[in-house]
Design a protein around this ligand. Sequence first.
Ligand SMILES: Nc1ncnc2c1ncn2[C@@H]1O[C@H](COP(=O)(O)OP(=O)(O)OP(=O)(O)O)[C@@H](O)[C@H]1O
Ligand SMILES: [Mg+2]
Length: 251
Amino acid sequence: MNDVILTTVDLTKRFGGLTAVDKVSIEVIEGEILGILGPNGAGKTTLFNILSGYFGPTEGAFIYKGRDITRLSSEKIASLGIVRTYQIVRLFDKLTVYENLLIPCLSPRMSAKLKDKKSRENYIENLAEEVGISEFLDLHTQGLSHGVRKLVEFGRALANDPDVLLLDEPFSGLNPVEVEPLANVIRNFHKKGNTILIIEHKLREFMKLVERVIAMDRGKIIASGSVKEISENPLVVEAYLGKGASRFVGA
Ligand SMILES: Nc1ncnc2c1ncn2[C@@H]1O[C@H](COP(=O)(O)OP(=O)(O)OP(=O)(O)O)[C@@H](O)[C@H]1O
Ligand SMILES: [Mg+2]
C-alpha cells in the first residue's frame, strides 16, 4: 500500500501576471487521505483544476500510475480513475437525483461495465444506499437541502468508480449534523483502499480524516506533515494570520 499513485512535478499555473500554482511537487501515496490546507487564494482549487484536466498547467507535469497524463482531457482523466467534486456544488437541477447519478454511468468506461438498464439501476440503487440518499432518488436536486446536495455530488463522483477522489471543500456550508454522514461516506470510500485528496477549511473535520497535510500559500507548498505539525508550523500560522486567523483557528 506504499506505492506512489500520483506525482506532480513542478506544476505551475499562471493567469496573466499571477502565479496561482507555483512549482508544486507532491507525491500521493496509494490509499492515503492527503489534506491540502491554505488560506483563500492559495491555489488549492487551481491545483485540482489541473489534476482533473479542467485546464492544463502552464509548466510542469503529473504522473498517474506511472503514466504522464498532464495534457489529457478531463473526460479521459476521469476515465482513468481521477474524479473530483466542486467547491460549489454542481448538479443538474432540472434532473432527479437518480438521473444525476445515471449520467456518469453512461460514460464509455462505465457503460462498458454496466451494459444494460437493469445493471445501471442496481448500481445506482446500491450507490445511493451507500451514500445515504436512497429516499431522494426520484426528487429533483433543486429543492434538496445543501447537506443532501453535497451527498448527491459525492455520490455522482463515486458513480465514476474512481481510484482517486479530489474533494474540494466537501464540508463547506454544512452544519455539524450534516457533516457526519458525509464524513462517514468519505471514510468508507477510503477504507476500501482508495486515495483521497481533500481541501477543507473546516479543521475539526479535516483533522479527524486526514493522515498527512500539505499547506499551500500563494501557489507554493510551504509545509507538509501531520495535522499537528502543520497547525503548529510558524509559516502556516503566519499565512493564515495574514489573511484572517479566524478562518484557521476558528474553523
Ligand atoms: N480561471 C482563473 N482565471 C484567473 N485567475 C484565477 C482563475 N482561477 C483562479 N484564479 C486565481 O488564482 C488564485 C488561486 O485561486 P484558487 O481558487 O486556486 O484558490 P483557493 O486556494 O482554492 O482559494 P479558496 O480557499 O478561496 O477556495 C487566486 O488569486 C484566484 O483569483
Ligand atoms: Mg478553492
